[in-house]
Design a protein around this ligand. Structure first.
Ligand code: SF4
Length: 102
């Protein structure tokens, strides 16, 4: 069995940018881009469709890339979690189930 094919990052759907991004004290994110969960965690705010508000939807890229949160920096593109999230996203789309990650 060969190695799994590498995802085409040039066509990345930035699915990870719909996951909950918990912020740490060392993250320096403008307050208007953040939100508080019921549990009191500070997170990146998300829009009605679940996308992180920092995403530049026209180009599907992070608008605060140079100062993005630590958790986003640690997310390994094409790593196991990236592949898992992408597979789950494409499965849901194939089944026509709206994506709800809350
Ligand atoms: S801060 Fe940037 S990299 Fe992190 S989830 Fe939001 S858009 Fe994506």
């Amino acid at each position: 069995m060969g190695a799994p094919s590498k995802p085409l990052c040039a066509r990345c759907d930035a699915v990870c940018c719909r996951l909950t991004v918990v912020l740490q004290p060392e993250d320096r994110i403008p307050l208007h881009l953040t939100d508080k969960t019921d549990a009191g965690l500070t997170v990146m705010a998300r829009d009605e469709e679940g996308w992180c508000v920092a995403i530049d939807a026209a180009h599907m890229r992070c608008s605060i890339y140079d100062t993005r949160p630590g958790i986003c920096r640690r997310f390994v593109m094409a790593g196991p979690y990236c592949r898992e999230v992408r597979a789950d996203y494409s499965d849901r789309n194939r089944r026509g189930i709206p994506l709800q990650l809350h």
